[in-house]
Design a protein around this ligand. Structure first.
Ligand SMILES: C[S@@+](CC[C@H](N)C(=O)[O-])C[C@H]1O[C@@H](n2cnc3c(N)ncnc32)[C@H](O)[C@@H]1O
Length: 202
């Protein structure tokens, strides 16, 4: 167990790394700060409610959601985090030695996961700041690795129609987390091929 002071120190150094990565790669990081604990908890709870199989986190950053997954008891054989920044991937490996952390691009998920092998994808990826070609590649890869009854839990700060929805994914749930900077919307999405009768609509 870590003491409160150790956790606070880790959190402060996470924020500093985040700020440095944001200055270097603003479009890739795509947010002014890591997500808050309330948002991370919401994402983790929704993922766990939906999944009894593999959970993949895309764009894990400094690990706020990864920490929430660990806190609610997601075991290491059911969780993989994917992060394209070497600095964040190193931080994640140091912070979560029991979890598999892939230093990889979400545009190449098929290299690491079998088709239809993933129950839930949790995504912090800032799609609105990506070029169209990257949005399309990542969405196609997610569709490929996700089980037909799988779910995506994506948070977003934009009020526009999300690229997953534009690509034919159906929104089956939506909630707002106001205690976050900035306030965020959490979308639950199912892949275009999922049976309509088992899926609600937003
Ligand atoms: C909004 S930040 C994530 C914040 C994270 N939830 C946290 O609390 O630290 C988006 C993250 O996505 C990562 N990212 C951006 N493009 C990516 C890609 N193509 N593949 C994997 N990760 C990517 C960035 O490096 C960044 O860590």
């Amino acid at each position: 167990m870590f003491s409160k002071a150790t956790k606070e120190k880790a959190s402060r150094s996470g924020y500093m790394l985040f700020a440095r990565e944001l200055l270097k790669h603003p479009r890739r990081v795509g947010a002014v700060c890591p997500c808050g604990h309330k948002l991370a908890q919401t994402m983790a709870r929704k993922a766990l409610k939906r999944a009894d199989g593999l959970i993949v986190e895309l764009g894990a950053g400094v690990g706020t959601i990864t920490q929430a997954m660990q806190t609610i008891g997601v075991s290491n054989d059911r969780f993989v985090a994917v992060e394209c920044s070497r600095i964040f991937a190193t931080l994640l490996r140091d912070s979560f030695p029991d979890y598999t952390i892939l230093h990889a691009d979400a545009a190449h998920l098929e290299t690491y996961f079998e088709p239809e092998s993933v129950s839930v994808v949790i995504s912090s990826l800032p799609f609105f700041s990506f070029p169209q070609s990257l949005r399309k590649s990542i969405i196609a890869q997610v569709e490929n690795i996700l089980a037909p009854d799988g779910r995506i839990i994506q948070y977003t700060y934009g009020m526009r129609s999300h690229p997953f929805i534009q690509a034919g994914f159906r929104c089956t749930g939506r909630s707002f987390v106001l205690r976050n900077i900035p306030p965020a919307m959490v979308l639950e999405l199912s892949p275009p091929g999922a049976a309509r009768k088992v899926v609600g609509q937003c």
